[in-house]
Design a protein around this ligand. Structure first.
Ligand SMILES: Nc1ncnc2c1ncn2[C@@H]1O[C@H](COP(=O)(O)OP(=O)(O)OP(=O)(O)O)[C@@H](O)[C@H]1O
Length: 257
């Protein structure tokens, strides 16, 4: 387990427990995310991953324990522009959905500029920069529903990036995305992490691919079974988590890390 100075932490979760009605979902979770790290959060279906994310985003209140974001207790935290979020259902637009890529990305600024205000030149520049970062500038006038799952995913990342967040939280973002787009997606995340120094929290089922890109791994199944460097993470850590032998397929990414 890590020891950190407070300043180096983007997220600090202390002894958090949560239940829906009588059903305990999270028990005594202690988890820290260092600034600049790339944490992969894995766990079986129903293990509490999304619930933990909802707690981090202030959408659910834990029964016990405390959460701090950038050294501020969640109850007092107001700098939500520092937090970018890409949800599980982000890439589910139907063909013909009447909104352009540019408009989708501009939605990431609504919290700041308000729905009915016009975007000023600075905002437009931010939108273009976010589209550029994810390699989707050429698609800005296309309808979001006409794009592939992988391309839509990039647009939703641009939407989360447009307010220059310090941490990006992604909840199972590769569901429904084909495998070659998944590789591109992980490369994009690695770039954002290493070149732009954005802290990343990625919730995924994609254990084999994920471990070769992330710096840290957390395994959750109601309690935290493993939390540490991805280098120290072994298949045996997963067997205890999933209750049976799990084969981790090691992919060769041509030295992505
Ligand atoms: N709003 C809710 N009301 C009651 N129970 C819920 C609610 N949301 C989730 N649960 C239950 O809480 C448990 C944890 O759910 P959660 O969505 O956090 O898990 P998860 O690890 O994200 O799962 P998955 O990988 O399938 O998305 C599950 O048993 C789920 O059925």
């Amino acid at each position: 387990m890590y020891k950190h100075t407070q300043e180096s932490l983007a997220v600090q979760i202390n002894n958090v427990s949560f239940q829906y009605g009588n059903q305990p979902v999270l028990e005594n979770i202690d988890l820290t995310i260092k600034k600049g790290s790339f944490l992969g959060l894995v766990g079986p279906n129903g293990s509490g991953k999304s619930t933990l994310i909802k707690i981090l985003l202030g959408l659910k209140k834990p029964m016990e324990g405390e959460v701090s974001l950038f050294n501020t207790p969640l109850q007092k935290f107001k700098q939500w522009e520092k937090i970018g979020y890409v949800s599980q259902k982000a890439n589910s637009f139907n063909t013909g959905f009447p909104v352009t890529v540019y408009e989708v990305v501009s939605m990431g600024l609504y919290g700041k500029v308000g729905l009915l205000r016009f975007l000023n030149r600075k905002h437009k520049k931010q939108i273009h920069k976010a589209l550029q970062r994810v390699g989707m500038s050429d698609f800005k006038d296309r309808n979001i529903g006409e794009l592939s799952g992988g391309q839509q995913q990039r647009v939703f990342i641009a939407r989360a990036l447009v307010s220059n967040p310090e941490i990006l939280i992604l909840d199972e973002p590769t569901v429904g995305v084909d495998s070659s787009s998944v590789q591109h997606f992980y490369k994009l995340l690695t770039q954002l992490n290493q070149e732009k120094n954005i802290t990343l929290l990625l919730v995924t089922h994609d254990i084999g691919v994920m471990t070769s890109y992330v710096s840290d791994v957390a395994c959750l199944n109601k309690t935290l079974h493993f939390h540490g460097s991805s280098k120290d993470f072994e298949e045996s850590d997963l067997s205890s988590l999933y209750g049976h032998d799990v084969q981790v397929i090691t992919h060769d990414h041509g030295g992505a890390h």
